[in-house]
Design a protein around this ligand. Structure first.
Ligand SMILES: C[S@@+](CC[C@H](N)C(=O)[O-])C[C@H]1O[C@@H](n2cnc3c(N)ncnc32)[C@H](O)[C@@H]1O
Length: 247
């Protein structure tokens, strides 16, 4: 089923990575900025129909969305399977994975995808049920990363973590009440960093499946970080350690 993809970066990423999945691009006829002109050029070069229309008509296509003057009729690709994920992991030298244990806000999911792509992660993994999926809002928040980075919904997250562990991936969970600091944890090599849901954090069985659980030291009496901020801190600490060559 097609969906109404919106937002300049998300549509541009789909036009560059997946043009065959776009049927029509609607642009706000009243706007004439270079980013929208680039979208029109990319679409026309790929043989995709471009229609200029009113902001009101775009608002109707993407209600409640800050569409930035562009909406596209987009057929999302099938999600990669757990088998695809394990193949990717086996082919990679030192895979870095982000695992989200039930993040429900599509904006948080999108922000996590964007951060994971920027950190060079191989994929983002999440449970299929009771968690945010790759909706147009999540794609917009991902700002182009959702069309480049595999997002893998899985039926049983604990089973997937066990499958990753049996392939040499160390699983590092995160929780504010963990005894060990993130900065004492060796994050080099094959790693999956697991974050919990906005409200309840890591589920018990997920936490038990982790090889280590670490906290991010915080100041200022704040209870917890937003999940996408925590993802950024952890992923970029892993990047820092792999670049520096030591923990
Ligand atoms: C908004 S927090 C969830 C807070 C939740 N009340 C809890 O008890 O964990 C969402 C996720 O971000 C991560 N997180 C946020 N702050 C953290 C911290 N200081 N240390 C480690 N992880 C943190 C954890 O993965 C957490 O499950």
């Amino acid at each position: 089923m097609s969906e109404q993809l919106h937002g300049i970066n998300a549509v541009e990423s789909a036009l560059r990575n997946d043009p065959e999945r776009i049927k029509v691009v609607w642009l706000d006829a009243a706007r004439d900025d270079h980013r929208l002109r680039t979208l029109a050029v990319l679409a026309e070069a790929a043989g995709i129909a471009v229609q200029r229309t009113s902001k009101k008509a775009l608002d109707r296509r993407a209600p409640d969305a800050r569409h930035q003057g562009v909406v596209a009729d987009y057929q999302p690709p099938p999600a990669p399977s757990e088998g695809d994920l394990l193949d990717l992991v086996e082919a990679a030298r030192e895979p870095l994975l982000l695992v989200l244990d039930g993040v429900t806000d599509p904006h948080n999911l999108g922000a996590c995808l964007r951060t994971a792509a920027a950190a060079g992660a191989l994929a983002v993994v999440a449970p299929r049920d009771r968690a945010a999926s790759l909706t147009p809002a999540a794609r917009k928040a991902a700002s182009g990363a959702a069309e480049r980075l595999p997002f893998v919904p899985v039926t049983n997250l604990v089973r997937t973590l066990e499958a990753l562990k049996s392939r040499g991936v160390w699983v590092v969970g995160t929780a504010g009440d963990a005894g060990q600091s993130l900065y004492e944890q060796d994050l080099r090599g094959a790693r999956a960093i697991v974050l919990g849901a906005e409200g309840e954090g890591l589920r018990r069985l997920t936490r038990e499946a982790c090889d280590h659980v670490v906290h991010i030291p915080m100041r200022g009496g704040v209870e917890s970080l937003n999940v996408s901020v925590a993802a950024g801190v952890c992923l970029f600490e892993a990047v820092r350690q792999s670049v520096m060559g030591s923990g």
